[in-house]
Design a protein around this ligand. Structure first.
Ligand code: UDX
Length: 450
């Protein structure tokens, strides 16, 4: 049993705390937000993540997991201290490190014995060295410590599975012995372990997220070209994905990426490049294409409706992706605001995020279910591909809508089926569709007399 403390009980910190305690370690999780901590002590989680509530409860009962707001308590016996605090984007796209800084200062002041400080938050390259310097300069008396960078690769909605079955563990440190000790913490996970220097580990995180974001913007650009040329991007992506050098994942065209990581990490990497006088053209294009997808869907809806003013639009899904309650940089919220700015009324339904969305955007009228959402709507826009939207009774939806218009920002429906059902349907890069192609074929036969 190792003694671990985790600073920050957001997505990364709470999942890390729950999983390490479930692996048999003793974990103290700390947050400076007293409401969050008292909620957790009462069994209330500040976030929704499948399986997390049970995992937390089980380990609290087993006395392996506890919560505190006190640094001295968290640091009393810890050998390993994980920093998992937020690093939001600053005004120019650079990462805002104020929470990392205050965590480092508090650790320095509270430590009474040697510890390994492990940074999980995504931080600009060079931050590990900076954290070490902050700790050193704020210690009341010198005590040994090492800093290790251990970037997280957890996907929201699948975070526990990702923690327990990682694709790789990256450990960066100038202190090889410290990196080896952190590696031992992860041995039971049986994953490849990459040990490198601090800056390289920090860069692996940015480069990984930037490439994934690039794949998404790439397929979105292809989708837009497909749409103009009459090809279907879903089939194009499927056909491409069989090449093992390309792969099937992250080739779903649609409204693009959102959430707390990709937009901020790509921006931060571009900012770092520019700060060093290096080009970031590709990263800039990735971001621009992503913004373009959100604007494009509004134009599609506008075209289908012949103007947005006075129209009622229903948003199906609000979160940035399914199986999370996270609304950070969710395309749906930006789309809602732009529709409202252009004179439309916006209604919405989301399985988990409506209470929080109402706080953020009180102008959106929330519905009880997708069919109630459709009542009085001129069009529906699919913003999040929640499973429960994939098997809707589409005839009921069509009959409830004021106009049978669906703009599918996540390509969850079959264009031919939607048209056969009488919808005016637009996906993202879905081409002409078989119905239209068959009609074109007949026309061609008539012209050529075949
Ligand atoms: C991501 C990374 O996957 C994870 O490794 C990292 O450490 C944190 O950021 P997450 O933000 O939870 O995780 O989301 P992810 O599942 O990766 O999806 C990111 C965004 O890309 C979502 O908005 C999703 O809708 C979008 N996406 C994903 C697409 O538009 N198309 C795809 O093919 C895949």
């Amino acid at each position: 049993m190792k003694q671990i403390s985790v600073i920050g009980v957001g997505y990364v910190g709470l999942v890390t705390s729950a999983c390490f305690s479930d692996l048999g370690n003793r974990v103290v999780a700390l947050d400076i937000d007293a409401d969050r901590i008292s909620g957790l002590i009462d069994g209330k989680l500040p976030i929704y993540e499948p399986g997390l509530e049970e995992l937390v409860a089980r380990n609290v009962v087993a006395n392996r997991l506890s919560f505190t707001t006190s640094y001295p308590e968290a640091l009393a016996v810890a050998d390993f201290v994980f920093i998992a605090v937020g690093t939001p984007s600053g005004v120019d796209g650079e990462a805002d490190l104020q929470h990392v800084r205050s965590a480092a200062i508090s650790i320095a002041k509270a430590m009474t014995k040697p510890v390994i400080v492990i940074n999980k938050s995504t931080v600009p390259v060079g931050t590990g060295d900076w954290v070490a310097e902050i700790i050193r300069s704020h210690q009341p008396k010198p005590i040994d410590f090492s800093v290790v960078s251990n970037p997280e690769f957890l996907r929201e909605g699948a975070a526990i599975g990702d923690f327990m079955n990682p694709s790789r563990i990256v450990l960066g440190s100038l202190d090889r012995e410290a990196a080896d000790r952190v590696a031992q913490l992860h041995f039971s996970l049986r994953s490849p372990i990459v040990i490198c220097d601090l800056r390289t580990a920090e860069m692996i995180k940015y480069a990984s997220n930037a490439l994934l974001a690039t794949k998404i913007s790439f397929i979105n650009e292809i989708a837009n070209i497909c749409e103009a040329l009459g090809a279907d991007v879903k089939e194009v992506a499927a056909g491409m994905g069989y090449d093992p050098r390309i792969g099937h994942s992250f080739l779903d065209a649609g409204l693009g990426f959102g959430g707390s990581c990709f937009p901020k990490d790509v921006m931060a990497l571009a900012f770092m490049a520019e700060e060093q006088g290096r080009d970031s053209q590709l990263l800039q294009a990735v971001l621009d294409i992503n913004t373009g997808q959100r604007l494009q869907i509004i134009e599609k809806t506008d075209q289908l409706l012949g103007g947005l003013k006075g129209k009622v639009i229903g948003l199906l899904g609000l979160t940035f992706k399914p199986n999370t309650d996270d609304l950070r940089d969710a395309p749906a919220l930006e789309i809602a605001q732009r529709l409202i700015d252009r004179g439309a009324k916006v209604r919405a339904y989301d399985p988990v995020a409506m209470p929080r969305a109402s706080e953020l955007m009180p102008d959106i009228i929330m519905a009880d279910d997708p069919y109630q959402l459709a009542e009085g709507c001129d069009a529906i826009i699919v913003c999040t591909e929640w499973n429960e939207f994939k098997q809707l009774d589409l005839e009921r939806l069509r009959d409830t809508l004021k106009q049978p218009i669906v703009v599918d920002g996540r390509n969850i429906y079959d264009p031919d089926q939607m048209r056969q059902l009488g919808f005016r349907y637009r996906g993202m890069g879905r081409g002409y569709g078989r119905t239209q192609l068959a009609a074109q074929g007949e026309a061609l036969e008539r012209i050529t007399g075949r």
